[in-house]
Design a protein around this ligand. Sequence first.
Ligand code: OAD
Ligand code: ZN
Length: 267
Amino acid sequence: MIESDKVVEASRIICSSNWMLGFTGAGVSAESGISTFRDLDGLWNRYPEGASGGIMGILRRHPETAHELFSGMLNSIRNATPNPGHHALSELERMGYLKSIITQNGDNLHQDAGSSKVLELHGNAFRFRCLECTRKKHFSRDGLFYLVDDILSKMDHFSIEWIIPRLPSCKCGEPMRPDVVGFGEPVHNLEKASEATSRCDLMLIMGTSGVVYPAAMFPVLAKRNGAKLIEINPKESALTSKCDLFLPGKTGEILPMIVENIKEMNR
Ligand code: OAD
Ligand code: ZN
């Protein structure tokens, strides 16, 4: 049951903010049918090695799961479309309240919903980057699946030597790999996200367990700089105790209510 007084309070805080920043995790895409990592039906629950070693950690230990693992992940993003939570965030940007979103997600759904100021920390599943030069290439949804379905149909276990010659080639002739951040690799947009965090006076934290660093340092830094923190999540997270307001529930339900409330207040 969503507490409407908390929706009203969140709407008031948003309306009186000067520079609101969003901080999102896998939970905002859960209602689009994409698995989170640490929930009961999450990816790391099905493949426990992932929690400490990510995808490569799973594949090093169980190379024979490659087909099942990649197919499962790709099938969940194959037909995923933005849910009402993503749309509400893009509407908050258009209304002038939400200045930017820092996201840990690489599913492109914020952008598909129309959000234009998205800082991806963990890369993007639709982009490849050259192993040699700095070139990047963004694939359309159809283009990506055409490529990976072909690779997957021939893959029975994971091996770097097998996969490298099957990756797309860069203009420089070298192979391109998915532009997603693996465990232990540096996150993207660190500087821009730090700058946005130092500017914000309100951070809206949504759908993240808040346990993966350096991503989870941004809410901590925002708080230290004096920003207010509002969190939306069906369950308390590692960040909840730092928040000024916690709205228990799904982003796909609560965010549209907040947008409606703000419109009502501005009428
Ligand atoms: P987690 O799986 O750790 O957490 C998902 C959060 O979403 C949980 O707190 C859930 O309670 C919440 N949640 C579930 N359904 C929701 C809904 N409908 N609305 C709102 N919240 C909901 O995912 P992240 O915090 O994103 O890193 O995980 C962070 C990083 O860990 C990922 O980016 C990934 C992973 O290892 C890399 O791949 C590098
Ligand atoms: Zn290149």
